[in-house]
Write a new protein. Structure first.
Length: 126
């Protein structure tokens, strides 16, 4: 009987010695990008130096019914109502100016669609 020789060859990549890995120094994150994150249920609070972001994930995936802004004397609030008859209310302390924009982010860039006039808080002062 004839001896059967293997037709497989060893790929050249397996013949080479492994490349030594370069050591990477850990890069420091700039102070302006460092933050602390707190979770309260589905709500996430991210605190950066000089600013804070609150993300309300309870509203994620809900169909929006309407948004209503209410102002009277020293009481101001936003009501965000959903089609499942739930709502989120944001009450704002007095003396503010509200600037409202509606924009498209589909391309990853802010593209303005509509801008409303400034809304100034009402007070009971005469």
């Amino acid at each position: 009987m004839a001896a059967i020789e293997s037709k497989r060859s060893i790929p050249p990549a397996q013949l080479r010695a492994p490349k030594p890995r370069k050591s990477r120094k850990p890069t420091k994150v700039p102070e302006s990008l460092r933050f602390t994150e707190t979770k309260r249920g589905k709500t996430t609070i991210r605190r950066f130096p000089g600013r804070t972001f609150h993300r309300f994930a309870e509203a994620k995936g809900k169909q929006l019914d309407y948004i209503e802004f209410f102002t009277m004397g020293e009481f101001h609030c936003f009501d965000v109502a959903f089609e499942d008859k739930t709502a989120m209310q944001f009450v704002i302390e007095p003396t503010f100016t509200l600037e409202t924009d509606y924009a498209d982010w589909k391309t990853g860039d802010w593209r303005p669609i509509k801008k409303w006039p400034l809304i100034h808080s009402q007070t009971n002062r005469r």
